[in-house]
Each structure stands twice: as C-alpha cells, then as structure tokens.
Design a protein around this ligand. Structure first.
Ligand code: EPZ
Length: 418
C-alpha cells in the first residue's frame, strides 16, 4: 500500500487547477445506462472511484473510449447487469445503478453496499423512493434485487432526509418513466445540478434542480450529448484550506466560487484573507485567525466532506473551536490521527472540541477514509519534520495524485509505492 511522505513545514506559492468533480462524475457515468447513444464527457477526474465506475460499466458491456481529454461512453449493447460485492463494497456509489437498470430492463441485482468507515450507509430512502415509482425489492444473499412489473410511473415522492444518492437514483429512474415525478425535500448539492444539466442535454425534461423540489417529466428516449463535468468543490475547498493553513498567497483555479459560499463565509469570519474571482479564489496572507463553531448540514450548509479539513485548520487558530457532525454517525476517524500529530481534540458523541494554538509535529499516521486522509496531509504540510501518511489508497479515491498536484508549488511531498 502506497504511503505519502511530507517534509514540513511547507509553504505554497503559485496556483493550481482543480479537476472535475468525482461526486458529479459517478452519477453522470451511471446515467449513460439510460442512453442508447454516445455520451461524451470532458473535465473528467482521473481518480480511483471514477476508474472503478468505468470498470463496473465495462463489465456490463458499456463501450468506453478515450480520445485525448474526452471520454466517449456508449451503453447501446449491455450484456451482464449484476454488480458484484467486490466492486460495490469499494465504491458505494454503485447503488446508483439501481434506478437506470430498473428503468431500462425492469430488473436489477446489486450487492448491498454495506457500511464504510464513516457510517452504516443504509439505502432505505433509495428503495422507498424507487418503490413509489413502481419497483419492488427483495434482499437475498447480500444482494438487493429489484423488479418492475410493467414500467415505472411518475409520482410524488417526499424524502424523509435530503439524501444525495437517493435523490440521484430517483431522478435517473424518473427520466424515462411514464408521466411526471415530483421529488420534495430533494438534495440540492451542485453535483445533482450537474447530473440534471447533463441529463437535460441528452433530452431529459427536469426542472427545479438545485432547489428542494425537483420535477421530472418522463420522455421516450435520450440522445447523443456532450457534457463538461463541474469542478470538484470539495477538492477546491481542500486546497483553499491548505493555503490558509500555510499562510501563503495562492490561487485555486477552475472552480465555481458559488459552490463554496459556506466554507468561504466561515473562513472569512475566522479572519482569512480571501479574494473571490469569477472562476478562481485567491488566498492571501492573513493575521492570527480566530476559532469557529460549525455544524455540518446538507447543501448549502457547511459540507461534511470538508469537516476533517477545517478541523486541521482549527488546531492552529487562536482559541478553541467546535464541530458538530450531523450527516454521518462516525466521521471523526481523523481525530486520533490528528492528535498523534500534536492536535488536542476530544469527541463527545456527534461533537468535536478542538483546542487552538497548537503546532503539528511530524509522526507516522494512518488514513481511514477519503476526507480524513487529506486532513492528515494538510497537518503534515504544517508539521515540523517528516510525516508519513499510510494507506493513501483512501486519498486516491477522490483526489488526483496530490503529490503531483502540489509538486513545484513549494511542499516537499513524495509518494513511496509499496
Ligand atoms: C454523497 O454520499 C457523497 N458521495 C458523499 O461524499 C457525501 O459525504 C454525502 O453525499 C453527503 O453530502 C457521493 O456523492 C458518491 P447521503 P451519499 O445519501 O449519497 C443517510 C466523499 O467523501 N442515508 O446524502 O451516500 C446516510 O446514512 C463521500 O466524496 C440513509 O439513512 O450521502 C447518511 O447518514 C463521502 N438512508 C446521510 O443519510 C439512505 O437511503 C447522508 O447520506 C441514504 C442515506
């Protein structure tokens, strides 16, 4: 298993371009199953989760061609449509294939995704919503098997919680259904907007995405389309926090600042010196930052996927901070590792209490999940001495090689392949 070694304390200078969004690419790739014509994607993130999704689709018989920076996806001929445990357990987003397969074939057999480091990750909201459209499910030998007697029929679906994945699954199942579907209490994340923009470019008829009420009018078929994937707001936010932690003037390019309002507002309240441009953000040197109290919430609230990263920053600021995690039940796996690097954080139930005015000191640490791993990288960049982060395969799921992204920009960071 690869490890990353950082010789801190680092600085950052210059700029970097943020890559396409993993969490937009995954549902968009799956949506190609609804289309018998080519789907051409650009700004495609080269991360392990998207590579795994391409492998899964390829195992179904989907044709995938790469032409320079374009991916051409064609799902006209499909052979197998069962998603096996070994792929699904590595990538929970595989559950998103339920909607399109039920829509196209009236049948789907997918290994239950199971839990992961951050929580049990149930799929009840997905199954309830798809059942309302006319699917029926049974759980057998660790698989969820879905069937549709005739065809899916549009209806009103009120989500008990604005689940991102369930919203995406229901949207995709509704695109070719008979009649109109209205999803209330829908998730509003930019990745869902990007999925709907892509589906509409194929000929779907979706309104209201980006709000909590989404309307989908079923259409007969979809057509060839080109789509540029939206920039990854979580990767962008990660590098913004890195620049603030390293107190460096640095520009993060190729992003939509409107997707990061909650993070930017929080950093500004803490005293960070941030300038917003049309498609980039400049972080400048700032004086002693102050502590903050944040609660993670569904979009547009503070994103749970940036919780570990801002926690690393909070160790360095003046005063004590508090983070309440409301989205996942076990998303503080980075705390013991940050404490090994010199942080003083304690967790009581769903809340972390972070002591400020600390300094990070190099140590060996272990990554546990995607975003926890990157918070250890951020701390390592600020730590005196040589920090080693083990099991960085977690990181590679959602970040293009971070040591390449940062090389030549100041940090002494390298990867040791095992
Ligand atoms: C998506 O996961 C993202 N993954 C996650 O990013 C992100 O943290 C999460 O949304 C929240 O923003 C992808 O888009 C591939 P949810 P998802 O359904 O869809 C509970 C990363 O680091 N829930 O909104 O699984 C669930 O247990 C990953 O890139 C149910 O109870 O998130 C969780 O507590 C991590 N029943 C909460 O809702 C369900 O049927 C939020 O889950 C579904 C979800």
């Amino acid at each position: 298993m690869d490890k990353i070694i950082i010789k801190g304390k680092s600085s950052l200078s210059g700029s970097l371009n943020v890559h396409g969004s993993k969490n937009a690419t995954l549902p968009i790739l799956v949506s190609s199953l609804l289309n018998l014509n080519d789907l051409i994607l650009t700004n495609f993130p080269n991360v392990d989760d998207t590579k795994n999704m391409l492998k899964l689709l390829n195992s179904f018989g989907v044709k995938i061609n790469k032409d320079k920076n374009k991916y051409i996806i064609n799902s006209f001929e499909l052979k197998n449509i069962t998603a096996d445990y070994d792929i699904v357990r590595k990538m929970r987003a595989s559950i998103l294939i339920l909607g399109p397969l039920l829509s196209r074939f009236g049948y789907a057999k997918i290994s239950l995704p199971g839990g992961c480091a951050i929580g049990t990750r149930p799929i009840d909201i997905h199954l309830e919503g798809l059942s309302k459209l006319g699917a029926s499910f049974k759980i057998e030998n660790g698989f969820v098997i879905g069937k549709v007697d005739e065809f899916l029929v549009g209806t009103l679906i009120e989500l008990p919680f604005p689940s991102v994945g369930a919203t995406e699954n229901i949207i995709m199942a509704s695109v070719l259904a008979k009649g109109e579907t209205t999803i209330k209490n829908a998730a509003m994340e930019p990745e869902i907007e990007d999925l709907c923009i892509c589906l509409n470019s194929m000929g779907a008829n979706i309104q209201g995405f980006g709000t909590s009420t989404i309307n989908i009018n079923g259409v007969a078929k979809l057509y060839k389309s080109n789509h540029k994937i939206v920039s990854d707001r979580i990767v962008a936010g990660t590098y913004i926090i890195a620049a603030v932690m390293l107190n460096s003037r640095f520009e993060i390019k190729n992003l939509n600042p409107n997707h990061l309002v909650s993070l930017i507002d929080t950093l500004k309240i803490m005293g960070a010196n941030i300038h917003i441009k049309k498609s980039s953000i400049i972080v400048d040197k700032s004086y002693k930052l102050q502590s903050a109290k944040i609660t993670t919430l569904p979009y547009p609230g503070f994103p749970t996927d940036l919780q570990a990263q801002i926690m690393a920053l909070m160790c360095l600021v003046n005063g004590n901070s508090v983070i309440k995690e409301t989205i996942f039940e076990n998303r503080f796996m980075h705390v013991p590792e940050l404490n090994r690097l010199g942080a003083k954080i304690k967790v009581i139930k769903d809340t972390a209490y972070i002591k400020g005015n600390q300094t990070f000191k190099a140590a060996q640490v272990m990554a546990s999940d995607l975003r926890a791993s990157v918070s250890l990288i951020l701390a390592g960049l600020c730590a005196e001495g040589e920090t080693t982060i083990n099991r960085v395969y977690h990181l590679d799921r959602g970040y293009e090689p971070i040591e390449k992204m940062l090389s030549g920009l100041g940090p002494d960071i390298r990867r040791e392949k095992k």
